[in-house]
Design a protein around this ligand. Sequence first.
Ligand code: ADP
Ligand code: MG
Length: 478
Amino acid sequence: MQWEAVIGLEIHVQLATSSKMFSGAATAYGAAPNTQACDIDLGLPGVLPVINRRAVEMAVLLGLAIGAQIAPVSIFARKNYFYPDLPKGYQISQYEAPIVRHGTLEIAGADGEPKTIRILRAHLEEDAGKSVHDAFPGNSAIDLNRAGTPLLEVVTEPDMASAAEAVAYMRGLHTLVRYLGICDGNMQEGSFRCDANVSVRRAGDPKLGTRAEIKNLNSFRYVERAIEFEIERQIDVIESGGKVVQETRLYDSVKDETRSMRGKEDAHDYRYFPDPDLLPLTVTQADIDAARERLPELPAAKKSRFLSQYGLNEQDALALVQEREVAAYFEQVESIAPGDPKQIANWITGEVFGALNRAGLAFAQLPVPSAGLAALLGRIRDKTISGSMAKQVFEEMWETGDTPDAIIERRGFKQLTDDGAIAALVDEVIAASPEQVEQYRSGKDKVFGYFVGQVMKKSKGQANPQQLNEILKAKLGR
Ligand code: ADP
Ligand code: MG
């Protein structure tokens, strides 16, 4: 029996405003507990919320970036429930009339072909506080710093058919919100978190299966693992004669499984109603036009431009546009050292990303400026140094901040690029290795590496690798 998975995501994007959704309290992460919750966040009697204009502008920016409708009038509602980290007893959210409706985001689907994911809505709301269970033995504590932090909840149609597609969508949205500057994207700090709705159905069945909702996934890896586990679990349930029940589940990353948290029977009745303290939110055409002016070049457009302008392949272009700073760095290097964009892409996605990874640094902390990388690549192109020497120079640029030329000079790096001199070394090696020559000529390709190694050794690592290869091939005659 063939099964089909159906997935819809609800992603909470924490907006990068400096103050809260409805109050002037600060939103900075990591402050001492309960130092950033004011009387409005606590819902003390007599206070009145005021809508944060920046948060509204950010919602409009996202709406425009996904080609959505921006509602001229949207409404804040109270979502009522009782929980210790929710002092007001309700969360202010948008329910029937969200600010953003009907957008799309394109991802690479299963077959690598572009696939359009429909975004049903994006609504503004405030975050709740946080329960802390490990600070005081035997007691739970409440930190209300997060209470009232602005969130944009972005909800898709059930358009994804695999964990991989769900992750591709999530990555796409993650890139987009950082391009727009509306979210710092820090998933460890909870700035970008996902609820995944998962169901399965028999292939071709037009009816959707019953779904489970997996709450609060805060890494791409967890989203992928949780969905994969959940799809298998639901198939097993149905194939062994059972029925999937609609419920909320949690993903346990240690056991790598999802577990039931609450069923439909304990689902809340939120008694939504328009918040009487807040006027309907109006967004004018002038507001929308002003936001459109501020839209940067978006990731999808930048990727197409990188493909056509620089002749990069899909994979390189995608890797470079993932972060706006990386794309800008690439273009700076290219403008200083034009002519070989592929080489620059290789260095950034290989050497630079690798070194950042090893050092545990973000791209913004890269110690090698674009002019430095451009100068280094110039020395490979003019054959002063080989690619492998360049890697050593790069490491030293990273450590010392010196220019490539200073390092090349100091280390005495130079390349042997004289064909005649390289050929002489090749001749010596061939003459000294009759056995290996025999092996190579009888078809043992691997022996080629032996010759390269020997000549390199004789040249003290200075033979230009490309020339060496060509001369060796010619002289060995295969
Ligand atoms: P709720 O508000 O109770 O979470 P919604 O109907 O708004 O429910 O849907 C929430 C998310 O669940 C949406 O992303 C939607 O695409 C997804 N979804 C709805 N039905 C299914 C289903 N049968 N299988 C998978 N996802 C679903
Ligand atoms: Mg939901």
